[in-house]
Every structure is written in structure tokens, then in C-alpha cells.
Design a protein around this ligand. Structure first.
Ligand SMILES: Nc1ncnc2c1ncn2[C@@H]1O[C@H](COP(=O)(O)OP(=O)(O)OP(=O)(O)O)[C@@H](O)[C@H]1O
Ligand SMILES: [Mg+2]
Length: 227
């Protein structure tokens, strides 16, 4: 089943007088259960594409359908609801709140949904456990390594039990061992829990392990390879 469908999506940024065409007519379908990497050089449009799919940004033209509903027709409330219940988003720079502990960071998306603190804490601890970070629940981000921070960000993305997890460069800045662990985790969650993964990367270490590679160059998909 196709859960994400983009049709002729363009994104143009206005930088003063200059127009930057970050996406130029992207059409793409992502199926339930995919473990797909968006592969491309720096500046090719990977983050732009993921931000549009993750409802962080809007296309300049073209349509996006998520889980059967066309996003352009949705109210802001409906979009917020879809984002909060259906998908997790892990940003390129993790976006953890520095003054909160790992546990509190993972609790946040549940509290946004109005779940009680007690239940949120329980679920957040479980989510930290699933990424092997339960021992670090009381640590603030600056007391964690890059790989540990990345795993807390994944735990936060997972805590709402999303069907879809979007990750922007999940292993950027990680050493080999930590990159492997994050990749192991994504493969396991994809296989055992059926979570669909869409992530961007230019990390050659990951590319053998994914089911699908979507190559992007200069805002255009140039190749889409399923293994
Ligand atoms: N907010 C913005 N305003 C203006 N231009 C932007 C903005 N965001 C991105 N761009 C431009 O759009 C193009 C695509 O950027 P994008 O961030 O999607 O690339 P990327 O493939 O994610 O790169 P990287 O691998 O470095 O993260 C680049 O030319 C970039 O400069
Ligand atoms: Mg990027």
C-alpha cells in the first residue's frame, strides 16, 4: 500500500532577489514497510524533500498525499494531528531540548498529545529501553555522546508509535560503531514492528542495508532502485 505520494512537487526558496529551486518536479510513492534511503550530495534537496513529507514545510506546487488524504486540502489542525499521531521526525541536528533530560525529551511528544505525565513517563522509559538508553534517562543532552543523542532522538521519534519514521541524516557525525547501531535499530524496527522508514543520507556505510535507494540530484529524482 502506498502511504506517501508526491506528484510533481516543486519547492522554490526566495533568497532576496534570487530564487533557489530546491525541488524540481518530484513524483514519488513510498509503500508501507519500505526502508528507503534518499541519497544525494549536499544541497541536492534531501532535507527539503523530507521536510515537505514530514509537514514541516510546504511545496510551492504539486501535491502530497499522506495515508490517503491530500495534505493541501487539510486544515492546520488536521495536519498537526496527522504529524503527531502518524509520523515521527528525526532532524539532522537531533533538536533535543538542552535543558531537559533524555527522559523528558522523549516524553514531550506524548505530552503534546495530552497524555498524562505518569503514562508519558512509562512510555518514554520503554522507548529509551528499545534503543538501549534507559540507563541515561536522567542525562541532559550535553552529557551524552553524539551516538547516544541520536538514539534519544530516535526514542523520541518512536514514542508515539508512529507508522512512519522520517530521519534526516540519522548517522551524520557518528563514528562507524554508532552509525552501525543506529542502522541495526532501524532495520530491526522495520522488520519486527513494520515501521516504514524514509531517511536521507550520503553515508556509504548504510547503503547496503536498505531495501530501496532514491537518488536525488539537483532537486530531481534521477534513479529509484529497489533491491
Ligand atoms: N530556507 C531556505 N532558504 C533558501 N534556500 C534554501 C533553504 N533551505 C534550503 N535551501 C537551498 O535548497 C537547496 C537544497 O537544500 P537541502 O537542505 O534540501 O539540501 P540537502 O540535500 O539536505 O543538503 P545536506 O546534505 O547538506 O543536508 C540548497 O541549494 C539550499 O541552499
Ligand atoms: Mg540536509
Amino acid at each position: 500500500m502506498t502511504i506517501i505520494e508526491l506528484t510533481d512537487v516543486h519547492k522554490t526558496y526566495h533568497l532576496g532577489e534570487t530564487l533557489v529551486k530546491a525541488l524540481r518536479g518530484v513524483s514519488l510513492g513510498i509503500d508501507e514497510g519500505d526502508l528507503a534511503a534518499v541519497w544525494g550530495a549536499s544541497g541536492s534537496g534531501k532535507s527539503t524533500l523530507l521536510n515537505i513529507i514530514g509537514l514541516v514545510d510546504e511545496p510551492s506546487s504539486g501535491t502530497l498525499t499522506l495515508n490517503g488524504s491530500e495534505v493541501g486540502d487539510m486544515s492546520d489542525n488536521a495536519k498537526t494531528d496527522l504529524r503527531s499521531r502518524y509520523m515521527g521526525f528525526i532532524f539532522q541536528n537531533f533538536n533535543l531540548m538542552p535543558i531537559l533530560t533524555a527522559l523528558e525529551n522523549v516524553m514531550l511528544p506524548l505530552q503534546v498529545q495530552g497524555i498524562s505525565a505518569l503514562e508519558a513517563q512509562d512510555k518514554a522509559l520503554n522507548s529509551l529501553k528499545s534503543v538501549g538508553m534507559e540507563k541515561f534517562s536522567q542525562h541532559r543532552p550535553d552529557k551524552l555522546s553524539g551516538g547516544q543523542r541520536q538514539r534519544v532522538a530516535i526514542a523520541r521519534g518512536l514514542v508515539t508509535e508512529p507508522k512512519l519514521l522520517i530521519c534526516d541524516e540519522p548517522t551524520a557525525n557518528l563514528d562507524f560503531e554508532n552509525a552501525e547501531r543506529v542502522m541495526d535499530l532501524m532495520c530491526e524496527l522495520n522488520e519486527k514492528r513494520g515501521i516504514t522508514f524514509l531517511f536521507s543520507t550520503h553515508d556509504t556505510r548504510l547503503i547496503d542495508r536498505v531495501k530501496r535507494i532514491i537518488y536525488i540530484e539537483d532537486g530531481t529524482i534521477v534513479k529509484d532502485e529497489r533491491k
